[in-house]
Design a protein around this ligand. Structure first.
Ligand SMILES: Cc1cc2nc3c(=O)[nH]c(=O)nc-3n(C[C@H](O)[C@H](O)[C@H](O)COP(=O)(O)OP(=O)(O)OC[C@H]3O[C@@H](n4cnc5c(N)ncnc54)[C@H](O)[C@@H]3O)c2cc1C
Length: 554
């Protein structure tokens, strides 16, 4: 039967699902075009840890964290450092203000009404660069979804699948959009290629063999196609060399192959304006997945603050950027300044057991499966959590040894650059260990560890009791070669607060909307230069919702 959509949504990731949900609620007929198969519903969000940024939540209050909109605003704008305010940052800044108010207001209730729940332990991500007015979260705000990424996806996929049954929503999988149809300056539809059927599992790279074509028209087209994280050439072409250092030669992929960035160029060809191309959120703590799903599959370590961090030359990273989990871009800048694209953690068994978490739903089966018994068993048992232990055993970036000479020999076997000097490393580790005689210290990292342990959640589950790295009672020693992994795209299509895509002259292109990562999570760059974490899924939800509401009103 013919289906005449009111709106076409390009991409069935989180932003697409949220927009579709809002449109169906408003009684609109929606056609969702997705280049992958149905197994991939929810896109990247499925693989995510489901960490969400809330401000002054009941969960924060329960663990005695005092937060406020004013403090969150100080942190967000200190991190974003918007400096293109008369041009590229015009809308990103307005999105930031609107998003902050939502994160401190209606966001929690909106998600709870859809069955979304978070864990009671609030995490402290991006602890900052060491200044009140600069980058970072002053307090823990990272709320992990009960059910991780799939839990976030379900909140929107469930009502959308109901709307599909009711005939309001239709999905066309293996449909790849190649062109936006423009007539008299307005976007009126899409044209594209039908791809050969492929029953690949979720996340696995699929074929691009074309078996047909399609064209669909609608009053509104919503582009929700994600970022550029698996397109390393595009990342390198836009890499902020002047600000951060040379683009990494060895880059591993924190996102599936479908995060290809193609729709950015296609939307640009239809008149959409791309801003802040040089802003991206890659991480420095990437490890090669020993059991990969997509090509070059990288896993990010979410580290606590205690591992010692050395650059490729064996020099300890300095300042707060040298404290793991504090200042991603600051650490990246120090690492790339060596001319090499990797660095090292040196730590102990005691630290790895308490401080290593791995980002990704599949790396946290207890939380993803919402299995309380398994959760207690895996997190309270002695030894590192199962997935971390598996990396220690099989991961190509790990060295485990009883003595420092053995450890350094193993590191030198893995080094892609200079050989490390044992005496130099020992001197730096011993100096840091000597700083542990008191509850205070002049070493910034040791200070940060003491500070973290004054936060209830950190002390309970996240930060190891301070100890000497070279104390055999806390061994064996562990070293991890850290690679740079791609993840989020902070710039993108410039949009107004209704998620309407703007043209080069700053006015909206009739019929064209964008949301989620392709729109820099709103406005073409809601994060500015730095993110506070947990703000990406929320940005997809907030901007997807804005698009759906605006089209629903029209
Ligand atoms: C491992 C991992 C952990 C993460 N953890 C967190 C976290 O804890 N907290 C957080 O806030 N964020 C996290 N993120 C980031 C977050 O998941 C993503 O930024 C977000 O899900 C992006 O959603 P999206 O809908 O914009 O894009 P996507 O999920 O990339 O979806 C876009 C969809 O569009 C389709 N598409 C693209 N081009 C076309 C085309 N031409 N035609 C048809 N279809 C097309 C793609 O196939 C894809 O399905 C994580 C990401 C990963 C990978």
């Amino acid at each position: 039967m013919a289906f005449h959509p009111d709106a076409v949504v390009v991409g069935a990731g989180l932003a697409g699902l949220v927009a579709t949900h809002e449109l169906a609620k408003a009684g609109k007929r929606v056609l969702v075009l997705e280049q992958e198969n149905r197994n991939n519903l929810g896109g990247q969000a499925f693989w995510s840890l489901g960490g969400l940024f809330f401000v002054d939540s009941p969960e924060q209050r329960r663990v005695r964290v005092k937060d406020s909109l004013e403090l969150a605003r100080q942190d967000w704008f200190g991190s974003a450092a918007f400096d293109r305010l008369d041009d590229e940052d015009v809308w990103g800044r307005q999105w930031a203000e609107a998003y902050l108010q939502w994160a401190a207001g209606g966001k929690r209730g909106y998600l709870r009404d859809l069955g979304h729940r978070v864990l009671p332990m609030v995490g402290w991500a991006e602890r900052g660069d060491g200044s009140a007015t600069g980058h970072g979260n002053s307090v823990p705000r990272f709320h992990i979804t009960w059910g991780t990424g799939p839990g976030v996806v379900d909140a929107f996929a469930n009502p959308v699948l109901e709307a599909e049954k009711a005939g309001l929503v239709r999905f066309a999988f293996r449909h790849q959009v190649d062109e936006l149809l423009v007539e008299d300056g307005a976007v009126v539809g899409v044209r594209g290629s039908e791809l050969a059927p492929d029953d690949a599992d979720r996340g696995v790279k699929s074929s691009r063999e074309v078996v047909g074509g399609f064209e669909h028209r609608a009053a509104a087209v919503v582009v929700t196609s994600g970022g550029i994280g698996h397109n390393h050439d595009l990342m390198r072409a836009n890499w902020p060399t002047d600000r951060v250092g040379p683009a990494p030669e060895h880059l591993i992929s924190g996102v599936p192959a479908h995060v290809d960035g193609r729709m950015l160029g296609i939307t640009e060809a239809a008149g959409g304006r791309i801003v802040n191309r040089d802003r991206m959120w890659a991480y420095t703590e990437g490890i090669h997945n020993w059991d990969p799903i997509w090509p070059d599959h990288a896993i990010r370590i979410l580290p606590g603050p205690s591992s010692m961090w050395f650059d490729a030359n064996g020099r300890r990273l300095t300042g707060m950027s040298g404290v793991p989990g504090a200042d991603s871009i600051g650490a990246m800048t120090q690492i790339l300044a060596t001319g090499h694209d990797y660095s090292w953690f040196v730590l102990t068994q005691s630290i790895i057991e308490k401080e290593f978490a791995l980002s990704g739903s599949e790396q946290n089966p207890d939380l993803t499966g919402r299995d309380v018994k398994f959760l207690l068993q895996s997190r309270l048992a002695k030894g590192a959590p199962g997935p971390v232990a598996a990396f220690m055993e099989h991961g190509e970036d790990f060295v485990v040894a009883d003595t420092l000479p053995e450890l350094v020999a193993g590191m030198n076997g893995l080094a892609r650059g200079p050989q490390l000097d044992l005496d130099d490393l020992e001197r730096q580790i011993s100096a840091r260990d000597r700083e542990l005689g008191n509850d205070f210290s002049k070493d910034v990292q040791v200070m940060a560890i003491h500070n973290a342990r004054r936060s209830m959640v950190d002390k309970l589950i996240r930060v190891a009791k301070p100890h000497r790295i070279l104390d055999p009672a806390h061994g064996p020693l562990v070293a991890v070669r850290l690679n740079i992994l791609s993840r989020k795209t902070l710039g993108g299509l410039q949009t107004d607060l209704d998620s309407r895509v703007l043209g080069e002259d700053g006015s909206p292109i009739p019929g064209l909307y964008a949301a989620g990562e392709v729109a820099g999570f709103g406005g073409g760059g809601v994060h500015g230069y730095n993110a506070l974490e947990g703000t990406f899924l929320g940005g997809c939800i907030f901007s997807g919702r804005a698009a759906g509401l605006a089209i629903g009103r029209a």
